[in-house]
Design a protein around this ligand. Sequence first.
Ligand code: SAM
Length: 350
Amino acid sequence: MKSAARAVVQDTFGRPLGSLRLSVTDRCNLRCSYCMPEAEYVWLPRADILSFEEMATLAGYFADLGVDKVRLTGGEPLLRQDLARLVRLLRQDRRITEVALTTNGVLLADHAQELYEAGLDRVTVSLDTLRPERFRQLTGRDEFSRVLEGIESVGKTGFDNLKLDTVAIRGFNEDELGPLIEFAKHYQAEVRFIEYMDVGGANEWSLEKVLSQERILDLLGQQYGRIIPVPERGTAPAQRFCLPDGTIFGIIPSTTAPFCAHCDRSRVTADGVWYLCLYAMSGVDLCKPLRLGASAMEMRELIRSVWTARHNRGAEERKALERVGLRSGGLIDIDRLREDPHLEMHARGG
Ligand code: SAM
């Protein structure tokens, strides 16, 4: 379908189908306590994992209906062999104007060059601490120096819009907000603090551990002085702020000020299940019809009909529960998670 004929598909709240997160694997080489703290999980069956060609075909159907940004995530996307090949396949579709990657950075130094040459537009590295010992404590792995190498490789390769995503956790890294901003400055990167979310269930979330946007601004204000909001938002989840010296940083207040009203993103798991919301309990299996030979028209119609019926506002609903005192622990019971691996954040992509 040519771009001129592209349908603009909107859900029941008028939110367009805009940004697609493709989780390329549910496996990860770190065990962050807020995401994937257990040693072993019920993994998605290998035979069900989509090939890169299948992922690109699906992305094409989404592009027919308005998607113009694709973010590769996981699990850890760089665990997937030759990820650059998927980037090249996606880049062949002119309607997809941006292909981005979210990674923990451990394997980034080995792959930054080939990803850049394949046409990857943006890299976001998750980095929650600058202290090697804290990193080991948080992730269960001694990989801090490799993450640093990964971050350094991004600039050397030619990428110019590095983002660093930090999950801000009360009692864990609130003393590192300033140092992380300074670190990001050094690499011409922009740091974004993400409020700790109660996604999945094995992640030991509690409201007390959430370092709120308000508190983040308060702590940074004490250190830097007056902080001014940058007036823009659109469908981007981050609210950006400016320090007195002009440094920009972002906050994603997913827990205290959810951005459901503008959410144009949806997620496809590595085995082709499509989730309309990070908090959704079930998704739509796109792998089955694809492998059974559904036509392009049938696939498009399936995606279109599901999106036009979308009414999810998962983060706002969680917030509403909080108001009546019913938001205490994780979202999903651990036994239920063991039965359905899709329900964890590492399966559906953060
Ligand atoms: N492995 C890659 C990485 O580390 O960036 C991509 C997948 S990871 C699930 C994507 C993002 O989700 C990371 O930035 C991670 O910090 C974030 N994340 C995971 N669990 C979270 C939680 N409970 N609250 C907030 N952010 C979370």
